[in-house]
Design a protein around this ligand. Structure first.
Ligand SMILES: O=P(O)(O)OC[C@H]1O[C@H](O)[C@H](O)[C@@H](O)[C@@H]1O
Length: 433
């Protein structure tokens, strides 16, 4: 969508002034919305607020007759164009270029795609097949807004299980999965190991740091300590762990560049990843093209071994034995809120947790942290923060063993127990298992 604001091609009426996408993104089908783009990128909250206010004003002064007339006028000016041909041929060209301009650099390579019945099914036929890849075993390529198979979201365990199974059953070299509107993606190697969350960031960091040594990788707040060590010690880059939210990480990377700190990658554990070379757009297909480039150039230089070239890139990434996210809901109608907002209540919870950490010698507060409360201890870490959208405090815990993770959970639980509007049942359950 966004690319149509940049493409220079009169036959496709491009560049267009703006683009709108109707999508629920990775959310369930009943949460559809609009995404707006201009050639400066996706619009943010403040822009959307203005659009809505202006739309409401215009709508107020409409009569039924005027509305019909506008609808007629609008429908007369609609022209249907196959912009996907332009977009996908650019993706194909990028991979060919990385492989010394070989027409079919992925010849004989078997890649399965799981689009989860979202919009990403095109990737098999329009990107992988022209590059010579075999795509049999690909699944859920037909768009179906009811998502009958699984939620199209690489953060969803069922979704990742589905693509992993498809890779193993088809003995494929690689699996690729997208969310509904293809702004999130993840992959699976030939032995079924996921390039998802921290492993996806590690893979993308390795690719980007090869091209831009020493550069800063901006990530969201729930990334692991092992990832920092990997980026800084193994890859020689700098890890800037910022806030959750794809727009937050992108804006931060743009800001860093504007103040002279070079950054080429802004990426979230959710699978949203944006590259400076791609106008800072969180385009999941482009992210996977970067992965394909790596494969194609390895094949072109005679390195065999399927997706091992990718697996090798994340070698040395320390992974926790246990990694959980527990989402603690705030009951907005609880008298404890005293008419205040859930945000204020959440902030109070965080403040008390912070005080607890300061008085607990077994926990160390993260020296640099941009949201919520992050602490390490018992060989692991936890982060409690406010959700971006919901009345929820997500708690991430990572540790070497379940026992240590429980100790971290207990530390949080004892700090927040006075907050009766906070539903800690998920945490209580975790501690008791
Ligand atoms: O704060 P949370 O509730 O965990 O949600 C955070 C997530 O919200 C949306 O889904 C955004 O697309 C993501 O970029 C963000 O990471």
């Amino acid at each position: 969508m966004f690319n149509s604001t940049l493409t220079e091609d009169e036959a496709f009426l491009c560049p267009v002034d703006g683009a709108i996408m109707i999508t629920a993104s990775h959310l369930p089908y009943n949460r559809n919305g609009f995404k707006f783009f201009t050639n400066a990128g996706g619009l943010g909250k403040a822009d959307i607020k203005i659009i809505l206010e202006r739309a409401a004003d215009i709508y107020k002064s409409f009569t039924d007759q005027g509305l019909m007339k506008s609808k007629r006028k609008a429908s007369e000016s609609i022209k249907r164009l196959d912009y996907m041909t332009v977009y996908t041929s650019d993706l194909v060209k990028a991979v060919r270029k990385a492989a010394e301009n070989i027409e079919k650099p992925l010849e004989g390579f078997h890649i399965v795609v799981d689009a989860g019945n979202g919009a990403g099914g095109f990737f098999a036929e329009k990107v992988l097949q022209p590059l010579g890849a075999i795509t049999s075993g690909s699944q859920f390529l037909e768009p179906d807004g009811m998502f009958p198979n699984h939620i199209p979201n690489p953060e969803d365990k069922t979704a990742m299980k589905a693509i992993t199974q498809a890779v193993l059953e088809n003995k494929a070299d690689l699996g690729i999965i997208f969310d509904t509107d293809v702004d999130r993606s993840a992959a699976v190697d030939s032995i079924g190991r996921e390039f998802n969350r921290n492993r996806l960031i590690a893979l993308m960091s390795a690719i980007v740091l090869e091209e831009h040594p020493g550069t800063t990788i901006v990530t969201d707040s729930v990334t692991s300590d092992g990832l920092t060590t990997f980026i800084e010690k193994k890859l020689g880059g700098k890890h800037h762990r910022f806030k959750r939210g794809y727009k937050n990480v992108i804006d931060e990377a743009v800001r860093l560049n504007s103040v002279g700190e070079e950054s080429h990658l802004a990426i979230e554990t959710s699978g949203h990843g944006a590259l400076r070379e791609n106008h800072w757009l969180d385009d999941g297909a482009y992210l996977m093209v970067k992965v394909l480039n790596k494969l194609a150039s390895a094949i072109a230089s005679g390195i065999a071994g399927g997706s091992k070239v990718l697996t090798d890139l994340v070698e040395g990434l320390q992974e926790p034995g246990v990694a959980v996210e527990l989402r603690l809901k705030i009951d907005q109608n609880h008298p404890d809120l005293k008419g205040g907002s859930f945000r204020e209540y959440g902030e109070a919870v965080l403040q008390l947790l912070e005080n607890h950490i300061e008085s607990d010698p077994k926990l160390q507060k993260a020296p640099v942290n941009y949201e919520g409360v992050r602490a390490s201890g018992f060989g692991g870490w936890f982060l409690l923060r406010l959700s971006l959208h919901d009345p929820v405090l997500p708690l991430n815990i990572e540790a070497t063993s379940h026992e240590d993770a429980v100790k971290l959970g207990l530390a949080v639980s004892s700090a927040v127990k006075e907050f009766h509007a906070l539903d800690t049942s998920a945490l209580d359950k975790f501690i008791q298992t």
